[in-house]
Design a binder for this molecule. Structure first.
Ligand code: G6Q
Length: 546
């Protein structure tokens, strides 16, 4: 079995060279780098399909990229990519392959996991999804009183929620008549608030849980079924409940018939599963053909990542830039700002993908790590974010590498709005890079009729240091295909960063811990007997139970 190389990155020659290089270049100002080289904007860009990736406004020069690429080679990235795509069990702590790429591969491709061609299995499930979507969308699938379905309710959490909800929101423009809802939190107020909106005769519940043992999802599904049965009957459940799961036994015990189960496999990680039947609510909401376009876009990115040389490879380069800031500049967080309201859930989705995958402190040899790993990700849609936290990015004490994602064309074609949106998009990256000097501030204030003393007092507050790094992704248009490529790009970046940091990106023991802890305390709450806790927790529990 081939797994992954396990090289401590800090022991490589490239890492040491990068450290020396950082010491030499850390104070260079981006503005000066642009002045020195008029072609910098051409040197650090990639044009791939409909993506234009400009990474020239980063605190790098040609040598930085050369050394980062050396680092990628030295930690064995080439071999790691081969084993990742080859279906090896690279999720070592769970002894599983990591094959979300097989979910979007063409049916003719072969990927063997444990001696089985998984692409053929995937295709079978896709045909089932296709048939079901056609029936529900056309109205051929009838509810218990003979009416067509109008509302889809996805019940799931974490990877069984964030991907589908992010894609459905992002592709709202492409949606059909079905209304799609998402219930994830075990907060009963949320589901009860939502149930008030639904008509049991025309609502379809899609219960998504890979393990079918997750407390939140099972509680919400049970509440939904009880609500449904009160209006209809147990015999009608099969017309209104379907499940997506790899645990057929638990699903059938819950009362959903086997023919209403859309399976998935061990080699699909929850946070990478939107391409599988976990994306059923996406396929229902935009139709199967457009769901396939989403998959096709992701597959194109898979091919780019797998085949392109590292110096022109988008996920590789962007991952290495993140390592550069995280490990040499010591930056604490990175912001992702999509300039499209449709993508407002993308930062939340990426928070799970990136932070759950690479938030690890033990390396692939099982040793505690003494360098920084997982980056903290946050963000919101532009321009809203400009009127909120951009202040800190411009003038705060921290460096926050920021990624701008924008589209050349709007969907409704309102050019005036789009020009305004994109003017902000370009202006921000330029301002973050250039900043504003004291002289510029003074000449701006010149018309204000202020005394010299007042001018001198005000100027420092209006200065901007600049030299704030940004990366710009300019994509032609928000389509299912482009979105598929964008999301897959982030998935592969996660992989590359995990390889460089010598960690396992595909387990999530921290999430598992949360699941165990809550069930222990829940028993104590139910028995009204909190025991064995520290004085803070025990006082809180007593106050809750009083
Ligand atoms: C994702 C995580 C986690 C998982 C949820 C839901 O990678 O493993 O977010 O998706 O805990 O799990 P189930 O799908 O098994 O309910």
């Amino acid at each position: 079995m081939k797994t992954l190389p396990s090289q401590n990155p800090t022991q490589t020659t490239a890492w040491k060279a990068l450290q020396a290089h950082y010491n030499q270049t850390k104070d260079q100002h981006l503005k000066d780098l642009f002045k020195e080289d008029a072609t910098r904007g051409d040197a650090f860009k990639i044009q791939w399909e409909n993506f234009y990736v400009d990474y020239s406004k980063n605190r790098i020069n040609a040598k930085t990229i050369e050394l980062l690429l050396d680092l990628a080679e030295e930690v064995g990235l080439t071999e790691a990519i081969k084993n990742y795509f080859g279906g090896e069990a690279i999720n070592v702590t769970e002894n599983r392959a990591v094959q979300h790429m097989a979910l979007r591969a063409p049916a003719s491709q072969q990927t063997i996991v444990d001696g089985v061609n998984i692409v053929a299995e995937v295709d079978e499930v896709k045909q089932k999804i296709k048939g079901f979507c056609e029936k529900v969308i056309s109205g051929a699938h009838k509810g218990y009183t003979g009416k067509a379905i109008t509302d889809i309710v996805n019940i799931g959490i974490g990877g069984s929620d964030l991907g589908p909800v992010m894609i459905v929101e992002s592709l709202e423009y492409y949606k059909n008549h079905l209304k799609t809802h998402f219930i994830s939190n075990v907060d009963g107020d949320h589901i009860h608030q939502n149930l008030k909106k639904f008509d049991p005769e025309t609502t379809l519940f899609v219960v998504v849980s890979k393990t079918f043992s997750t407390q939140e999802t099972l509680s919400n599904a049970t509440t939904a079924r009880t609500w449904f049965i009160e209006k209809a009957s147990a015999a009608d459940v099969s017309k209104h409940f379907v499940a997506v799961s790899s645990n057929i036994k638990n699903v059938t015990e819950f009362g959903i018939a086997e023919e209403n189960i859309f399976p998935l496999w061990d080699w699909v990680g929850g946070r990478f599963s939107l391409w599988s039947a976990v994306g059923l609510s996406v396929a229902l909401s935009i139709g199967f053909d457009q769901f396939e376009e989403l998959l096709a876009g992701a597959h194109e990115m898979d091919t780019h990542f797998q085949q392109e040389s590292f110096d022109k490879n988008i996920p590789v380069l962007l991952a290495l830039l993140s390592v550069w800031y995280n490990n040499f500049y010591g930056v604490e967080t990175e912001a992702i700002i999509p300039y499209s309201q449709y993508l407002h859930r993308l930062p939340a989705y990426l928070q799970q993908g990136i932070m759950e995958s690479n938030g690890k402190g033990v390396d692939r040899n099982g040793d505690k790590i003494d360098y920084q790993t997982g980056t903290i990700i946050w963000g919101e849609a532009g321009t809203n974010s400009q009127h909120a936290f951009f202040q800190l990015i411009h003038q705060g004490t921290k460096i926050i590498p920021t990624e701008f994602i924008g589209f050349k064309k709007s969907l409704f074609g309102d050019q005036d709005h789009h020009d305004k949106l994109m003017a902000n998009f370009f202006a921000q990256t330029e301002a973050l890079m250039n900043g504003k000097t004291k002289n510029e501030v003074l000449s701006e204030l010149a018309t204000k009729n202020l005394s010299q003393t007042a001018l001198d007092a005000l100027a420092p507050f209006k200065e901007f240091p600049g030299n704030r790094p940004t990366t710009t992704l300019l994509i032609d248009k928000l389509t299912p295909k482009a979105l598929g490529s964008l999301v897959a790009m982030y998935e592969h970046r996660i992989f590359v960063q995990g390889i460089v940091w010598n960690i396992f990106s595909y387990d999530q023991w921290g999430v598992e811990l949360g699941k165990q802890l809550a069930s222990q305390i829940l028993n104590e709450i139910k028995d009204n007997s909190p025991e064995g806790h520290d004085s803070s927790t025990s006082n809180l529990l007593k106050a809750y139970l009083k």
